[in-house]
Design a protein around this ligand. Sequence first.
Ligand code: URA
Length: 245
Amino acid sequence: MRLDKLLSNLGYGSRREIPALLRAGRVRLGELRLSDAAQKIASAAWTEIRIDGEPLDPPPGLVIMMHKPLGVTCSHKDEGPLVHELLPERWRRREPQISSVGRLDKDTSGLLLMTDDGPLLHSLIAPKAQVPKRYHVKLARPLRGDETETFAAGTLMLQGDETPLRMARLDVTSPTRAALTITEGRYHQVRRMFAAVGNHVLALHRDQVGGLTLPDDLAPGQHRVLDEAQVKTVLSPPRTAAANR
Ligand code: URA
């Protein structure tokens, strides 16, 4: 890829601004000062590039896990605080842009994946992907006792939907708290599932997507870039997940 395209795609400036960066001698490949915007850079050499002595941002194919805080919206353009605003400012100018993998509601916290890898995004959100997602819920009313069976049946119809939900796994931890693992991502699915059994979700937190668990040391609002092995973990769910029951 041309050097100016590489740098502008990573958000370091427009194709017109990059030559100024190069003229100022701020971009180096090892000891070599890079000055030709049209120079082709092999992808193997990207990790050797330094700007002001700092390594380049991660190349395209970026997968991030974020601890989404409450009160933040998963969108590029809605009003109010957005998850994209929690990423480094430069990353918001990247091309291809970084999108969230599915959505968590504004009032839901927890593990949110984000990526600029279109095919990966689609393979994770495609209905046939059936990636298990685990949610911890706090409920307004004590559980009745029949919810585990109802959710596991694979026959529950939510209002307005045309097909029943796939079976889901409910692990009850107290009369008003439980973990629900689902393999779909329908609109407000968890809240609507509990509404369908006469309850109301007071708090919702996702801590697992596929085999990836939100680390304890990732505070709300923080993010971390996943390595290849962690990305594979997302796609290889633990055997206890609902899909494998
Ligand atoms: N189900 C919901 O109701 N909300 C979310 O954010 C995710 C799943």
